[in-house]
Ligand binder design. Structure first.
Ligand SMILES: Cc1cc2nc3c(=O)[nH]c(=O)nc-3n(C[C@H](O)[C@H](O)[C@H](O)COP(=O)(O)OP(=O)(O)OC[C@H]3O[C@@H](n4cnc5c(N)ncnc54)[C@H](O)[C@@H]3O)c2cc1C
Length: 579
């Protein structure tokens, strides 16, 4: 059955970015706003964020938005757009106060201000050592943000379509006019006609086998957009977080190192002193993740295995129980290790997409190097690429990105909704997705999606992971093509309509395959090392040729075409990165 709805504004995704924009949209009651989310909003991945959200509040020591901007630019390996970074770091201060006023229960300093702690890559005086910039609510910062934003959206009367999965975006006469969603409980399709649509569907860590990301992080938004002709920006830059629990990938926040935790190899050495003499364990994530892998490769993993230790035993029970309670719980539950007494076994874990749907600073989706706006379509949060993170994101800058650019997108959508008329739907808006589902359901004797997914995740982990080189990525390219062919015959065992998660998982696998392909093609073409993209056959950064953003398109034959776009530089000229 097909249902039709009409709204002014649609927000696809109920995480931090989506809810922040919904709050801003719903401040004007004349703008009819709905959030569509495949998960209950409070189960979004934002709720898993632990360590903090940064702003140069200077609550504990001198700090300035300009220092924050410099750190972000340097962290991005000079690929971030500096105009957007300046906006983010300036607006950070006031958006944190706004969150506090909405009711967010931040941890406090003894004199009652918002508490702040150090985080990787955040420095004072342009690189002179760690600064306390990350605001936190113990190690449950994302949980508190998500709950606060959800409560405020409910208060403002935002309508929610929970457990509705958006499966297509409707673009007609050059403008976005709505989306198609699959109601998970019934299998019905819903056509949403609207003036403005925001994609805030989060990340896609599920492309890799060891990941900190939730099961739902399958990159639906960027994959849908890409198939409708919208480019994806800088997809070769994917962040591996240094400290995931060994084999499981579950995140141990950088806040542990912010509080004084250190990394040790099999010899008990604090090896980061060798790789980053000033910032040591608080160097930026790409640097620390590579150092860990280097130690492992050179045989100094613990007992020669593929992990090292994160040691917090010297911090004492009080710090661990009060400032890192969830981490302590995770370690006891999943590892049987008590971080008060024993070091934690960790390895890098696939964590964050720097790339995504290209947008301007107001969340408007842009489709080419001259920043042509696709009317009516917006993106914010991890799904979007503004680009404030460039080639490598600093810890705590993502939660900040969500609220700063979620707010800006909400404001611009509100403006647009008051000016624009609703656009006509294309003819037969559900035809394409119905054909896709029919094909997935038609097969009776193919392979299960889970098998193909595992093979994809393994090849991406091995060949398009922390270290990359041309030959390995060629192997990944061939494997992805093979998997795409096998995907045409994937079997969905459940042929029913009620909670057919089997069908949704198979459809999501199609998204993972497309995103893996774009990531690999973008990475093969970029013959340099920068931030999260580390090539062993091109070891250095090459600004003369590669100080530019990638824009990947799908051409009419389904092949990927790569174009490039200049980086915006304002104050900070590219320099060698030393921590
Ligand atoms: C374990 C962990 C810890 C982290 N810690 C920090 C931290 O301390 N500080 C920091 O700055 N960053 C941190 N990050 C990164 C940060 O949390 C994420 O980048 C950010 O929360 C993403 O928010 P979002 O709003 O873009 O998406 P999400 O919060 O992931 O929300 C995505 C939403 O989209 C919906 N959705 C997805 N697909 C569809 C679809 N097809 N149809 C309908 N709805 C859909 C989902 O239901 C969900 O509501 C962490 C990440 C992880 C994984």
């Amino acid at each position: 059955m097909i249902h039709t709805h009409t709204y002014d504004a649609l927000v696809v995704g109920g995480g931090g970015a989506g809810l922040m924009s919904a709050i801003y949209l719903s401040r004007d009651p004349s703008i009819k706003t709905a959030v569509i989310s495949k998960l209950y909003p409070t189960r979004s991945h934002t709720g898993a964020a632990q360590g903090g959200i940064c702003a140069a509040l200077a609550n504990l020591e001198e700090d300035h938005p300009e220092w924050h901007a410099f750190d972000t630019v340097k962290g991005s390996d000079y690929l971030g757009d500096q105009d957007a970074i300046e906006v983010m770091c300036e607006e950070a201060v006031d958006v944190i106060i706004e969150l506090e006023h909405m009711g967010l229960p931040f941890s406090r300093t003894p004199d009652g201000k918002i508490a702040q702690r150090p985080f990787g890559g955040h420095t004072h005086h342009f690189g002179q050592g760690p600064v306390r910039r990350s605001c936190y609510a113990a190690d449950r910062t994302g949980h508190m943000i998500l709950q606060t934003l959800y409560q405020n959206s409910i208060k403002n009367g935002v309508e929610f379509f929970d457990e509705y999965q958006v499966v297509d975006v409707l673009i007609n006469q050059g403008r976005c006019v709505g989306v198609v969603a699959y109601e998970v409980s019934t299998g019905d399709l819903h056509v949403f006609n609207a003036k403005a649509v925001l994609f805030s569907t989060g990340g896609f860590g599920r492309v890799w086998s060891i990941t900190s990301n939730a099961f739902a992080n399958t990159g639906d938004g960027p994959a849908i957009a890409f198939r409708r002709g919208i480019p994806l920006e800088d997809m070769e830059f994917y962040q591996f977080h240094p400290t995931g629990i060994y084999k499981l990938g579950i995140l141990i926040t950088e806040g542990v190192r912010g509080e004084g935790g250190v990394l040790r190899n099999d010899l008990g050495e604090r090896f980061m002193e060798r790789y980053a003499p000033t910032m040591k364990d608080l160097a930026s994530r790409d640097v620390v993740a590579r150092a860990i892998n280097q130690e492992i490769r050179e045989g100094r993993g613990i007992n020669g295995k593929k992990y090292v230790y994160l040691d917090a035993t010297h911090l004492g029970k009080d710090v661990i129980e009060n400032k890192l309670p969830d981490i302590a719980d995770f370690c006891r539950t999943y590892l049987g290790v008590d971080p008060v007494k024993d070091p934690m076994p960790i390895q890098p874990t696939a964590h964050y997409a720097m790339g995504g749907i290209p947008t301007d600073m107001n969340g408007r989706v842009i489709t080419d190097a001259s920043n042509t706006v696709l009317e009516g379509l917006y993106a914010a949060g991890e799904t979007a690429c503004v680009s404030v993170h460039g080639a490598n994101r600093l810890g705590t800058n993502s939660l900040l990105d969500l609220v700063v650019f979620g707010r800006r997108a909400g404001l611009d959508m509100a403006r647009y909704c008051l000016e624009a008329e609703i656009g006509p739907l294309p003819e037969n808006p559900t035809a394409d997705i119905e054909a896709t589902f029919a094909a997935l359901l038609a097969t009776t004797d193919g392979e299960p999606a889970a098998r193909l997914r595992e093979e994809l995740q393994d090849v991406m982990q091995d060949e398009v992971g922390i270290f990359r080189e041309g030959k390995g990525m060629e192997r990944a390219r061939v494997k992805i093509r093979e998997l795409q062919e096998r995907y045409a015959k994937v079997v969905v065992m459940d042929k029913g309509t009620r909670f057919n998660t089997d069908l949704m998982e198979a459809w999501e696998l199609g998204n993972l395959l497309d995103l893996a392909q774009v990531t690999t093609e973008s990475a093969i073409n970029r013959t340099e090392s920068r931030g999260g993209h580390m090539r062993e056959d091109y070891l250095t950064r090459n600004d003369a040729e590669w100080l530019k953003h990638t824009l990947a398109y799908r051409d009419a034959r389904g092949e990927i075409e790569l174009r490039y776009k200049p980086v915006t530089i304002t104050k900070f000229q590219p320099k060698e990165r030393v921590y």
